[in-house]
Design a protein around this ligand. Structure first.
Ligand SMILES: [Mg+2]
Length: 276
């Protein structure tokens, strides 16, 4: 097996574990945001186990890359990635949404590895821009990545940040859109459409690439090709499926956030068989 094949296989195993651990957390809480967690699982696996330069045993390492989960409701998947990477103990996953737990419905900076409290949508890109500018001011070379939801892009604050980022042109700033085409109350195209999405970002001065957000080879190639161009911030549009990996939850807003009974958990886990 080539090094690349081994890498892709390992990352796919991490993604599978992120999906399993997402459902595990949701079962512990009895509910939560599965749709946007499952769509982001492959991207998070590639970020946490390939692209981002991080030290789980030293979460505040000054030279670390910064990652902001702006679509904060995908916190179950982020918590899974943090546990699998060793930022937190595995048992953290069983405390999702429990009384006094730091593993809440949205990310909390008290959790090792979390850079920003998010979940009030539309704020992450502005803060990520500030982090990227911070690296320039300090003469550092860390990279900043923000993951945005598609429904989240309906917030005007994203476009203020996009405009400012193109103007200020910090190095090493990337935004990834988890483009699963579904938001809380329906399909994005029916609620408030975003197309032509790539052209909008280009018009705002960003350099844009696209990938299949469930094809690990495409994800790795897109991340390894960053920046898209050296002169402007990069946007990666990752085409994904909401609820990916649970057939009953795919491509529907009904599983954006839902209750998770033991029966639902078993049904979801039965679809996530495979080498881990
Ligand atoms: Mg969405």
């Amino acid at each position: 097996m080539s090094n690349r094949e081994a890498l892709l296989r390992a990352l796919s195993a991490h993604a599978l574990d992120i999906r399993r651990n997402t459902w595990r957390a949701l079962r512990a809480a009895g509910a939560g945001h599965m749709g946007g967690s499952l769509s982001a699982a492959d991207l998070l696996a590639a970020l946490y186990f390939h692209y981002l330069r991080l030290r789980p045993a030293e979460p505040d390492w000054p030279e670390r890359d910064r990652f902001v989960l702006s679509k904060g409701h995908a916190n179950p998947a982020l918590g899974a990635a943090l546990a699998q990477a060793g930022f937190v103990d595995d048992g953290f996953l069983d405390t999702f949404y429990a009384y006094e737990s730091l593993f809440g419905m949205h990310p909390d900076i008290k959790v090792p590895g979390v850079e920003m409290c998010t979940g009030a949508l539309g704020h992450g890109l502005s803060v990520a821009l500030g982090m990227a500018l911070g690296s320039r001011v300090q003469g550092k070379d860390w990279r900043t990545v923000a993951m945005l939801g598609d429904g989240e892009l309906q917030e005007g604050s994203n476009w203020e940040a996009a405009m400012a980022a193109a103007h200020l042109a910090p190095l090493r700033l990337t935004a990834i859109v988890d483009y699963n085409k579904v938001q809380q109350s329906g399909h994005v195209s029916e609620m408030l459409g975003l197309e032509p999405l790539a052209d909008k970002w280009r018009a705002f001065g960003w350099r844009v690439s696209e990938c299949d957000g469930h094809d690990m080879a495409e994800i790795v190639d897109a991340l390894d090709a960053l920046p898209v161009a050296p002169d402007r911030p990069s946007l990666l549009i990752a085409h994904t499926v909401k609820g990916k990996g649970a057939s009953f939850a795919e491509d529907t807003h009904l599983w954006h956030n839902n209750a998770v009974s033991e029966e639902v958990y078993e049904k979801a886990m039965a679809e996530l068989e495979g080498p881990a």
